[in-house]
Write a protein that binds this ligand. Sequence first.
Ligand code: ADP
Ligand code: GLC
Length: 555
Amino acid sequence: MSKKKTTGTKKITESVEGKDVSTNTVETIQPSTVNTDQPKSEPPKIAKSEAPVKPAKASKDEPAPQTESLPQPRRSVAFIGSECYPFVKTGGLGDVMYALPKALTKQNCDVKVILPRYKCIPWEYQEKMVYRGSFEMDLCADGATYYVGIMEYVWDGVVYDFIDNEFFFTAGNPYTNLVDDIPKFCYFGKAALAALNYMDWIPDVIHCHDWQTGLVPIYLREMFGATPLSRSKVILTIHNLRFQGKYDIQMISYWSNLPMHLFNKDVLKESYDDANMMKGGLTYANMITTVSGTYAGEIQSPEYGENLDAHLRYHSGKLRGIVNGIDYDMWDSSKDDLINTKYAIDTVLKKKRKNKLSLQEELGLEKNEDVFVIGLISRLTNQKGLDLVNAILPAMIDGNTQVVVLGTGDPWYEDSFRNYEWQYKGSVCANIMYDEGRAHRIYAGADALLVPSKFEPCGLTQLIAMHYGTIPIVRETGGLKDTVLPYNMYTNDGNGFTFDRYEDGLLLDAVNRAKTLYFTERDRWDDMVVRDMHKDVSWENSARQYRQMYVDLTC
Ligand code: ADP
Ligand code: GLC
């Protein structure tokens, strides 16, 4: 394997997906001079893959799909992204990369998911991966080549191909800092395409996710034009426009080996000396999608556009929003082994109380089924409206209310929630950790869930909450606006409590409206619990829309 070569000097201040990173790392980078060969086009020379392997605990003996009863025509899709549950997940992108392919297989799509083979993927999955082949790939401007291994895993009708390279994927977390992440994802995007060619698996559509795959549409047209893959259409989905993969032009041009003329303001150039991987991908993609209709509109405005609003307005003809869903097998309160008492729609009112009591016991809160328990499950970053929560937390604690926070992220928020736990012992619990099981128990045991985000492309926590009969209290932005219908006291309709402007007083007002209903009109509250559990927040409808888009693009 080639040694790491870098070019230029840079101070990093940008945030990366999954974690707000603000480091002062300075990396010195030397241009290298080896050879300038174009990337090899790899021969389709794989051995037949071995029998599909299923993970022991998640496997199901489902019959093969009856394709004649499925929507026609069939389409093949390669998903390319940086994380995917259960292998590696830092947020909602991981959920979507797992659940949407699975939902698409039920819509007559043949889906392969291409992911990095991070070291941190649990051994229970690593050990079941099957070697599909390997090759050397040219990458950098100096022609340095890198190893690309392909490890395969098949589960629930979806094929997962992991790109293996120990040099790029050794860190414990998928995202560390941009000085490492930019080379890693320049490599990953190109290796994903080269792997498809190598496996001779030419999909109708290549579906890329977020900035980490921003170079894929460009590589596809600029470097794979003479390969069979050039037939594929390409879609780029924006899960979070805040993260764009911006770094200096010298560094990105070195690692991508893309021609300098692409570093212009319509494609990859961001500013005088910075390039932007997301921006270039948006230009080259056949379609751009994002994860809710409202966010698709918001990102074309300066307030939400993260400096790409003009670019997105220019490309708005190929931009659309499709709201996320949740996976009903993963989130099923009637079969959830991670919660204390399983429940369904007809038992929720009785059994949710048991879950509340056991949650209080687990967290060391005062055990009382009559108090109002508010949950918050979130990355602790400034996107999530935590300034508002911090501002009103003392006003929420009134002897009848408990607040349970689960999250990690910005140390300032972590400390402030720890401080509130100390100040309001027995009423506030700050779980500064990432814990899937605890998340399930909070969804099951809390009465309401706060999602007061400053911006929220879609948001999954409010969907999971509704599905578990927990009432969301949300700000009307992005997918929160599209999925939570405000409670209407006159018609006794709606799914939750909402507020519009980003102001702490308005959040407090929404919380107080929720409490008033809970404490004074419990029948109406209970109606809403049942209504929310009935609400369709599955992937089915959205998967159908994605499928239709694939068909429209390729017929
Ligand atoms: P984002 O992707 O912006 O973080 P989403 O609402 O789309 O927000 O998705 C968050 C996902 O991560 C949900 O599945 C949520 O349950 C999960 N999650 C967030 N924080 C934690 C945590 N500390 N422990 C367990 N799960 C978490
Ligand atoms: C991003 C967004 C979140 C969305 C998720 C999955 O992380 O912040 O709103 O639900 O991606 O699309």
